[in-house]
Design a protein around this ligand. Structure first.
Ligand code: ZN
Length: 333
């Protein structure tokens, strides 16, 4: 299959991990921001996590440079627009982009201004390219519970205006879900859909808790349900959808190599899996690359790709009309 021309859907993509290296250089030059280098290849070295990266925490260190240039309305809008442009150019038809608003307040922007700027970038790209999108607000689980409440409260007014869901991300510790039960419950009450990063660093039980305590409808990664029977069973029974990101999972050492990735075993056992990039720049990838990796590694058939595409449509937080449109692309596969 030639995946570059195939319709694709992405449900798990971080804005700050997907900034074009040339945009970082351009903004830094204009604004006098110091960078380790202004050479594109050298800055890519700083941004891209190698496949032999040691852990999720080492991987997350790559996000400090992009964040330097994501502190103004104009830059947030531009970076979001460019991400949707890049995705549209490889035939991604729908994409949910997530970001943590509280990381972008360093130069005085309000949380509302930050969210509004990202929505504007997305809307402008939707007008220019054949792509639709939605935004997921991430709460950093390394920050306080109050900070999660802040994102929920301030993000509320953007629901159905571009924002659809809430997420918890960053470094994963055992039992993190217990701390965030209240803000996530409030988010659900307001109408946010829920996806949670869990089971990325060896702790399958976190997935169980994300589903039972936080009402997660989707799980970011979920690789380690393979080692936790209860988590595995609940994901399978409730048809919780896994947003899997193969390259990222090798870089963070969730798996040692692609052939050890559980995505295909999960799929064959009836678990709903989807394929995603996680971070286009930090993981140096695209949806085309990720689909190629999965299909080549596991000799996946056209029918199986169609099933994964369908899983992505059904699990997306898009409205009914958009879902219908996305289902029509199945005829092209
Ligand atoms: Zn992620």
């Amino acid at each position: 299959m030639n995946f570059s021309i195939m319709p694709k859907i992405e449900l798990h993509c971080h804005l700050d991990g997907s900034v074009r290296p040339e945009t970082i250089i351009d903004i830094a030059k204009k604004e006098g921001i110091s960078l380790p280098s202004f050479d594109k290849e050298a800055i890519k070295e700083e941004l891209i996590a190698p496949l032999d990266c040691e852990s999720l925490d080492k991987y997350l260190k790559r996000f400090s440079i992009p964040n330097l240039v994501m502190q103004s309305r104009e830059n947030l809008k531009r970076i979001t627009f460019e991400l949707f442009e890049d995705a549209a150019k490889e035939n991604v038809k729908y994409m949910e982009v997530r970001f943590a608003p509280l990381l972008h307040t360093q130069m005085g922007l309000s949380v509302e201004e930050i969210i509004q700027s990202v929505i504007e970038g997305m809307k402008e790209a939707e007008e220019q390219f054949d792509i639709n999108g939605n935004i997921i607000l991430s709460c950093m689980r390394t920050m306080s519970v109050e900070s999660a409440f802040e994102v929920v409260e301030k993000g509320k007014r953007f629901l159905r205006k571009g924002v659809v869901a809430i997420d918890l991300c960053a470094s994963e510790e055992e039992g993190f879900c217990g701390k965030f039960i209240e803000p996530i419950a409030l988010a659900r009450e307001y109408g946010f859909r829920v996806t949670i990063h869990a089971g990325e660093t060896g702790i399958g039980k976190n997935v169980l808790e994300a589903v039972e305590w936080l009402g997660a409808e989707r799980i970011g990664h979920g690789v380690f349900i393979k080692n936790c029977e209860e988590a595995y069973n609940i994901v399978k029974e409730k048809q919780v959808v896994l947003e899997m990101c193969p390259t990222s999972n090798v870089q963070t050492k969730a798996v040692n190599k692609f052939s050890e990735h559980p995505i295909y075993d999960f799929h064959r056992d009836g678990i709903k899996v989807t394929v995603n990039t996680d971070n286009r720049t930090v993981s140096d990838t695209t949806m085309t690359k990720e689909c190629d990796i999965v299909c080549n590694e596991f000799a996946m058939s056209d029918e199986e790709y169609k099933q994964i595409y369908k899983n992505s449509v059904e699990a997306s937080f898009a409205d009914v009309k958009t879902k219908e449109k996305l289902k029509k692309y199945l005829l092209d596969i």
